[in-house]
Ligand binder design. Structure first.
Ligand code: KIV
Length: 282
């Protein structure tokens, strides 16, 4: 089992090998994703909507992100663990950016961080990298920019916005990110960026020509109720889970569970002594 590092991810592009990444948020899912051979496990700020039930990703805090990153790291041996810097943990100052990125490594035991944004965030991204913390960039539909963009919309559909995203990608490459997530952009633009930058691109809703692909684990397992067009559901765990829970409920209500096979046995002799004791007391 060879440990995946940021160097491995960079090499994959040179070797023409696709990188795989999932967003996961706890020990069990982290462990299963690792066992399946997934290369990168991102503790995404999608934690906010997927498992914490917030309406958007803006509300999730650094402490919540660290708590879940610790849990994922405990389950992962081979994959690269990446922590996602949440909204307002890096935007306000270089100092915040370095300190909070550092918390992911020191407390969460992640091995890199992901930062949303291009040229406008470059000073912070560069400072994090200069502090010795590998950074994964994130361009296109960056959910922390939700209000600025006026909703979740495909980005880079016009020549001018496409140019901006390409420029952002080249800038991220220059400051030394080890990979770039491209979210919800036209496949033609994702292909162009992938050809133009030397660092691996990891697509989500960005078509088949990226160097790697990422999905939220709960989406691909079919556990989330509504998923965007770019998600492929590899299982229907929502149905399986609800079916299992209703069966459990039915079995308990009708005394079919637990049966003796699910129960612990007491040696006959001990039981006999116990009953004898009881009879004597009565
Ligand atoms: O938070 C997240 O899950 C992400 C991925 C979708 C890339 O940012």
């Amino acid at each position: 089992m060879e440990k995946i590092t940021v160097a491995t991810i960079r090499e994959m592009k040179d070797l023409g090998e696709r990188a795989t990444m999932v967003a996961a948020y706890d020990y069990l899912m982290g462990r299963m994703a690792d066992e399946s051979g997934i290369d990168i496990i991102l503790v995404g700020d999608s934690l906010a909507n997927v498992v914490l039930g917030y309406d958007d990703t803006l509300s999730v805090t650094m402490d919540e992100m660290i708590h879940h990153t610790k849990a994922v790291s405990r389950g992962v041996k081979r994959a690269l663990v990446v922590g996602d810097l949440p909204f307002m943990s890096y935007q306000a100052s270089v100092e915040d950016a370095i300190k909070n990125a550092g918390r992911f490594l020191k407390e969460g035991h992640a091995e890199a961080v992901k930062v949303e944004g291009g040229c406008s965030m470059i000073e912070k991204i560069e400072a994090i990298i200069q502090s010795g913390i590998p950074v994964m960039g994130h361009l296109g539909l960056t959910p922390q920019w939700y209000h600025q963009f006026g909703g979740f919309k495909v980005r880079g559909k016009t020549e001018s916005t496409a140019r901006m995203i390409l420029k952002d990608a080249q800038r991220l490459e220059r400051v030394g990110v080890f990979s770039i997530v491209l979210e919800c952009i036209p496949w033609q633009l994702a292909k162009l960026i992938t050809e133009k930058v030397s660092v691996p691109t990891i697509g989500i809703g960005a078509g088949p020509y990226c160097d790697g692909q990422v999905l939220v684990l709960h989406d691909l397992l079919g556990m989330t109720p509504k998923t965007p067009k770019f998600v492929k559901r590899y299982a229907k765990l929502d149905e399986t889970i609800v079916r299992a829970l209703s069966e459990f409920r039915r079995d308990v209500k009708s005394n079919r569970f637990p049966a003796l096979e699910h129960s612990y046995d007491m040696p006959r002799e001990e039981m006999r002594k116990l009953l004898k004791e009881f009879r004597r007391r009565r």
